[in-house]
Design a binder for this molecule. Sequence first.
Ligand SMILES: CC(C)(COP(=O)(O)OP(=O)(O)OC[C@H]1O[C@@H](n2cnc3c(N)ncnc32)[C@H](O)[C@@H]1O)[C@@H](O)C(=O)NCCC(=O)NCCS
Ligand SMILES: Nc1ncnc2c1ncn2[C@@H]1O[C@H](COP(=O)(O)OP(=O)(O)OP(=O)(O)O)[C@@H](O)[C@H]1O
Length: 200
Amino acid sequence: MLTIGLTGGIASGKSTVAAMFRDLHIPVIDADEIAHRVTSLGGEAYRPIIETFGRDILDSNGAIDRRKLGAIVFYDEQKRKQLNVIVHPLVRKHMLQQKEKYAKEGEKVVVLDIPLLFESKLEHLVDRILVVYVDEQTQLRRLRERNGFSVEEAWARIKAQMPLEEKRKKADEIIDNNGTIEETKQQLHACLMRWGVLEK
Ligand SMILES: CC(C)(COP(=O)(O)OP(=O)(O)OC[C@H]1O[C@@H](n2cnc3c(N)ncnc32)[C@H](O)[C@@H]1O)[C@@H](O)C(=O)NCCC(=O)NCCS
Ligand SMILES: Nc1ncnc2c1ncn2[C@@H]1O[C@H](COP(=O)(O)OP(=O)(O)OP(=O)(O)O)[C@@H](O)[C@H]1O
Protein backbone atom coordinates (compact mmCIF):
# COMPACT_ATOMS: atom_id res chain seq x y z
CA MET A 1 0.00 0.00 0.00
CA LEU A 2 1.34 3.41 -0.98
CA THR A 3 1.03 5.92 1.87
CA ILE A 4 0.88 9.55 0.83
CA GLY A 5 1.54 12.25 3.44
CA LEU A 6 -0.57 15.33 2.75
CA THR A 7 0.64 18.42 4.55
CA GLY A 8 1.01 22.19 4.28
CA GLY A 9 0.28 25.17 6.50
CA ILE A 10 -2.85 26.17 8.34
CA ALA A 11 -5.53 27.09 5.75
CA SER A 12 -3.21 26.25 2.84
CA GLY A 13 -5.83 23.91 1.37
CA LYS A 14 -5.15 20.42 2.78
CA SER A 15 -8.83 19.66 3.39
CA THR A 16 -9.66 20.91 -0.09
CA VAL A 17 -7.10 18.52 -1.59
CA ALA A 18 -8.20 15.74 0.80
CA ALA A 19 -11.73 16.06 -0.63
CA MET A 20 -10.27 15.60 -4.13
CA PHE A 21 -8.59 12.35 -3.01
CA ARG A 22 -11.91 11.13 -1.57
CA ASP A 23 -13.61 11.95 -4.90
CA LEU A 24 -11.10 9.54 -6.44
CA HIS A 25 -12.15 6.91 -3.83
CA ILE A 26 -8.75 7.13 -2.15
CA PRO A 27 -9.21 6.97 1.65
CA VAL A 28 -7.91 9.87 3.73
CA ILE A 29 -6.98 9.64 7.41
CA ASP A 30 -7.41 13.09 8.93
CA ALA A 31 -5.18 14.00 11.93
CA ASP A 32 -7.29 17.08 12.79
CA GLU A 33 -10.45 14.98 12.91
CA ILE A 34 -8.80 12.45 15.22
CA ALA A 35 -7.50 15.29 17.42
CA HIS A 36 -11.05 16.64 17.67
CA ARG A 37 -12.38 13.22 18.61
CA VAL A 38 -9.84 12.50 21.36
CA THR A 39 -10.29 15.99 22.87
CA SER A 40 -14.09 15.85 22.83
CA LEU A 41 -16.14 15.18 25.98
CA GLY A 42 -15.19 11.70 27.19
CA GLY A 43 -12.35 11.39 24.68
CA GLU A 44 -8.98 9.99 25.77
CA ALA A 45 -7.31 13.42 25.97
CA TYR A 46 -10.21 15.22 27.67
CA ARG A 47 -9.22 14.66 31.32
CA PRO A 48 -5.45 15.16 30.88
CA ILE A 49 -6.15 18.47 29.12
CA ILE A 50 -8.36 19.71 31.97
CA GLU A 51 -5.78 18.60 34.52
CA THR A 52 -3.17 20.70 32.70
CA PHE A 53 -5.20 23.72 31.60
CA GLY A 54 -7.94 23.93 34.24
CA ARG A 55 -11.72 24.16 33.92
CA ASP A 56 -11.69 27.71 32.52
CA ILE A 57 -11.28 26.25 29.04
CA LEU A 58 -14.66 24.45 29.22
CA ASP A 59 -17.90 25.68 27.72
CA SER A 60 -21.27 25.59 29.52
CA ASN A 61 -21.79 21.94 28.48
CA GLY A 62 -18.46 20.85 29.94
CA ALA A 63 -16.83 20.36 26.52
CA ILE A 64 -13.42 21.84 25.72
CA ASP A 65 -13.97 25.23 24.08
CA ARG A 66 -11.46 25.10 21.23
CA ARG A 67 -11.50 28.85 20.77
CA LYS A 68 -10.49 29.33 24.43
CA LEU A 69 -7.81 26.63 24.29
CA GLY A 70 -6.56 28.09 20.99
CA ALA A 71 -6.30 31.53 22.61
CA ILE A 72 -3.89 29.98 25.12
CA VAL A 73 -1.76 27.62 23.07
CA PHE A 74 -1.22 29.76 19.96
CA TYR A 75 0.27 32.56 22.10
CA ASP A 76 2.49 30.45 24.36
CA GLU A 77 4.94 27.90 22.99
CA GLN A 78 5.36 26.10 26.32
CA LYS A 79 1.61 25.62 26.68
CA ARG A 80 1.40 24.45 23.08
CA LYS A 81 4.07 21.85 23.78
CA GLN A 82 2.13 20.66 26.84
CA LEU A 83 -0.99 20.19 24.69
CA ASN A 84 1.00 18.44 21.96
CA VAL A 85 2.50 15.99 24.46
CA ILE A 86 -1.03 14.96 25.49
CA VAL A 87 -2.71 14.86 22.08
CA HIS A 88 -0.08 13.83 19.53
CA PRO A 89 0.68 10.28 20.75
CA LEU A 90 -3.07 9.53 20.68
CA VAL A 91 -3.46 10.98 17.20
CA ARG A 92 -0.56 8.89 16.02
CA LYS A 93 -1.98 5.71 17.58
CA HIS A 94 -5.38 6.16 15.90
CA MET A 95 -3.84 7.10 12.55
CA LEU A 96 -1.78 3.92 12.55
CA GLN A 97 -4.83 1.83 13.53
CA GLN A 98 -6.85 3.29 10.66
CA LYS A 99 -3.97 2.79 8.27
CA GLU A 100 -3.72 -0.86 9.33
CA LYS A 101 -7.45 -1.30 8.73
CA TYR A 102 -7.17 0.07 5.17
CA ALA A 103 -4.16 -2.16 4.47
CA LYS A 104 -6.15 -5.23 5.60
CA GLU A 105 -9.05 -4.17 3.38
CA GLY A 106 -6.66 -4.28 0.43
CA GLU A 107 -6.53 -0.55 -0.37
CA LYS A 108 -3.68 0.27 -2.74
CA VAL A 109 -3.27 3.89 -1.69
CA VAL A 110 -4.01 5.76 1.52
CA VAL A 111 -3.52 9.43 2.41
CA LEU A 112 -2.46 10.69 5.84
CA ASP A 113 -3.56 14.33 6.18
CA ILE A 114 -1.17 15.63 8.86
CA PRO A 115 -0.78 19.41 9.29
CA LEU A 116 2.27 18.96 11.53
CA LEU A 117 3.99 16.16 9.56
CA PHE A 118 7.39 17.91 9.56
CA GLU A 119 7.09 19.65 12.94
CA SER A 120 6.33 16.28 14.58
CA LYS A 121 8.97 14.46 12.50
CA LEU A 122 6.48 11.93 11.12
CA GLU A 123 8.03 11.68 7.66
CA HIS A 124 8.91 8.03 8.31
CA LEU A 125 5.19 7.13 8.42
CA VAL A 126 4.70 7.93 4.73
CA ASP A 127 6.22 6.96 1.36
CA ARG A 128 5.61 10.25 -0.49
CA ILE A 129 5.08 13.78 0.73
CA LEU A 130 2.70 16.21 -0.95
CA VAL A 131 2.82 19.82 0.28
CA VAL A 132 -0.11 22.14 -0.42
CA TYR A 133 1.46 25.56 -0.81
CA VAL A 134 0.06 29.11 -0.80
CA ASP A 135 1.88 32.40 -0.37
CA GLU A 136 1.65 34.03 3.05
CA GLN A 137 -0.79 36.76 2.05
CA THR A 138 -3.24 34.24 0.55
CA GLN A 139 -2.84 32.04 3.62
CA LEU A 140 -3.55 34.96 5.94
CA ARG A 141 -6.57 36.10 3.90
CA ARG A 142 -8.16 32.64 3.62
CA LEU A 143 -7.56 31.88 7.29
CA ARG A 144 -9.14 35.17 8.34
CA GLU A 145 -12.12 34.68 6.03
CA ARG A 146 -12.73 31.06 7.05
CA ASN A 147 -12.38 31.54 10.83
CA GLY A 148 -13.31 35.22 11.25
CA PHE A 149 -9.91 35.86 12.89
CA SER A 150 -8.23 39.25 13.34
CA VAL A 151 -4.84 39.72 11.65
CA GLU A 152 -3.21 39.06 15.02
CA GLU A 153 -5.14 35.83 15.67
CA ALA A 154 -4.34 34.54 12.19
CA TRP A 155 -0.62 35.41 12.48
CA ALA A 156 -0.32 33.67 15.85
CA ARG A 157 -1.51 30.44 14.21
CA ILE A 158 0.68 30.79 11.13
CA LYS A 159 3.74 31.48 13.29
CA ALA A 160 3.08 28.38 15.41
CA GLN A 161 4.12 26.25 12.41
CA MET A 162 7.19 25.72 10.28
CA PRO A 163 7.14 28.32 7.46
CA LEU A 164 5.52 26.98 4.28
CA GLU A 165 8.61 28.07 2.33
CA GLU A 166 10.62 25.55 4.37
CA LYS A 167 7.99 22.83 4.03
CA ARG A 168 7.94 23.13 0.25
CA LYS A 169 11.68 22.39 0.16
CA LYS A 170 11.06 19.09 1.93
CA ALA A 171 8.25 17.97 -0.40
CA ASP A 172 8.34 15.23 -3.03
CA GLU A 173 5.68 17.21 -4.91
CA ILE A 174 4.19 20.66 -4.36
CA ILE A 175 0.67 21.72 -5.22
CA ASP A 176 0.40 25.47 -5.68
CA ASN A 177 -3.05 26.36 -4.31
CA ASN A 178 -2.85 30.13 -4.92
CA GLY A 179 -5.02 29.75 -8.02
CA THR A 180 -8.47 28.29 -8.56
CA ILE A 181 -9.77 25.01 -7.15
CA GLU A 182 -9.80 23.63 -10.70
CA GLU A 183 -6.10 24.46 -11.18
CA THR A 184 -5.33 22.72 -7.91
CA LYS A 185 -7.26 19.64 -9.01
CA GLN A 186 -5.34 19.51 -12.29
CA GLN A 187 -2.02 19.67 -10.42
CA LEU A 188 -3.13 16.88 -8.09
CA HIS A 189 -4.16 14.64 -10.96
CA ALA A 190 -0.88 15.31 -12.80
CA CYS A 191 1.07 14.42 -9.67
CA LEU A 192 -0.89 11.20 -9.17
CA MET A 193 -0.18 10.23 -12.77
CA ARG A 194 3.55 10.77 -12.23
CA TRP A 195 3.31 8.56 -9.15
CA GLY A 196 1.43 5.90 -11.09
CA VAL A 197 -1.66 6.20 -8.88
CA LEU A 198 -3.84 7.43 -11.76
CA GLU A 199 -3.62 6.13 -15.29
CA LYS A 200 -2.48 8.51 -18.01
C1 LIG B 1 -5.70 24.26 19.74
C2 LIG B 1 -7.04 23.72 19.26
C3 LIG B 1 -7.98 23.47 20.45
C4 LIG B 1 -7.69 24.80 18.35
O1 LIG B 1 -8.87 24.28 17.74
P1 LIG B 1 -9.45 24.91 16.39
O2 LIG B 1 -10.82 24.33 16.21
O3 LIG B 1 -9.33 26.40 16.43
O4 LIG B 1 -8.49 24.43 15.25
P2 LIG B 1 -8.38 23.00 14.50
O5 LIG B 1 -8.26 21.90 15.49
O6 LIG B 1 -9.46 22.87 13.49
O7 LIG B 1 -6.96 23.10 13.79
C5 LIG B 1 -6.77 23.97 12.69
C6 LIG B 1 -5.33 23.99 12.29
O8 LIG B 1 -4.55 24.59 13.31
C7 LIG B 1 -3.24 24.07 13.25
N1 LIG B 1 -2.87 23.53 14.57
C8 LIG B 1 -3.67 22.86 15.44
N2 LIG B 1 -2.98 22.50 16.53
C9 LIG B 1 -1.73 22.95 16.36
C10 LIG B 1 -0.55 22.88 17.14
N3 LIG B 1 -0.55 22.25 18.32
N4 LIG B 1 0.57 23.46 16.64
C11 LIG B 1 0.58 24.09 15.45
N5 LIG B 1 -0.50 24.19 14.65
C12 LIG B 1 -1.64 23.62 15.10
C13 LIG B 1 -3.27 22.97 12.17
O9 LIG B 1 -2.83 23.47 10.95
C14 LIG B 1 -4.72 22.63 12.07
O10 LIG B 1 -5.03 22.12 10.78
C15 LIG B 1 -6.87 22.40 18.45
O11 LIG B 1 -6.27 22.66 17.24
C16 LIG B 1 -6.07 21.33 19.17
O12 LIG B 1 -6.59 20.64 20.04
N6 LIG B 1 -4.77 21.21 18.83
C17 LIG B 1 -3.89 20.21 19.39
C18 LIG B 1 -3.84 18.98 18.51
C19 LIG B 1 -3.05 19.22 17.24
O13 LIG B 1 -1.85 19.43 17.27
N7 LIG B 1 -3.77 19.17 16.11
C20 LIG B 1 -3.18 19.35 14.81
C21 LIG B 1 -2.61 18.16 14.17
S1 LIG B 1 -2.76 16.63 14.97
N1 LIG C 1 -7.96 27.38 -4.54
C1 LIG C 1 -8.76 27.98 -3.65
N2 LIG C 1 -9.41 29.11 -3.99
C2 LIG C 1 -10.21 29.77 -3.08
N3 LIG C 1 -10.40 29.35 -1.82
C3 LIG C 1 -9.78 28.25 -1.43
C4 LIG C 1 -8.92 27.49 -2.31
N4 LIG C 1 -8.43 26.43 -1.63
C5 LIG C 1 -8.94 26.51 -0.39
N5 LIG C 1 -9.76 27.59 -0.25
C6 LIG C 1 -10.45 28.03 0.97
O1 LIG C 1 -9.44 28.38 1.90
C7 LIG C 1 -9.77 27.94 3.22
C8 LIG C 1 -8.67 26.99 3.71
O2 LIG C 1 -8.71 25.77 2.97
P1 LIG C 1 -8.73 24.37 3.71
O3 LIG C 1 -9.77 24.36 4.79
O4 LIG C 1 -8.81 23.32 2.66
O5 LIG C 1 -7.28 24.42 4.36
P2 LIG C 1 -6.56 23.43 5.38
O6 LIG C 1 -5.13 23.43 4.98
O7 LIG C 1 -7.26 22.13 5.43
O8 LIG C 1 -6.74 24.21 6.75
P3 LIG C 1 -6.43 23.72 8.28
O9 LIG C 1 -4.97 23.55 8.42
O10 LIG C 1 -6.89 24.87 9.10
O11 LIG C 1 -7.21 22.48 8.51
C9 LIG C 1 -11.15 27.30 3.13
O12 LIG C 1 -12.10 28.26 3.48
C10 LIG C 1 -11.25 26.91 1.65
O13 LIG C 1 -12.58 26.89 1.21
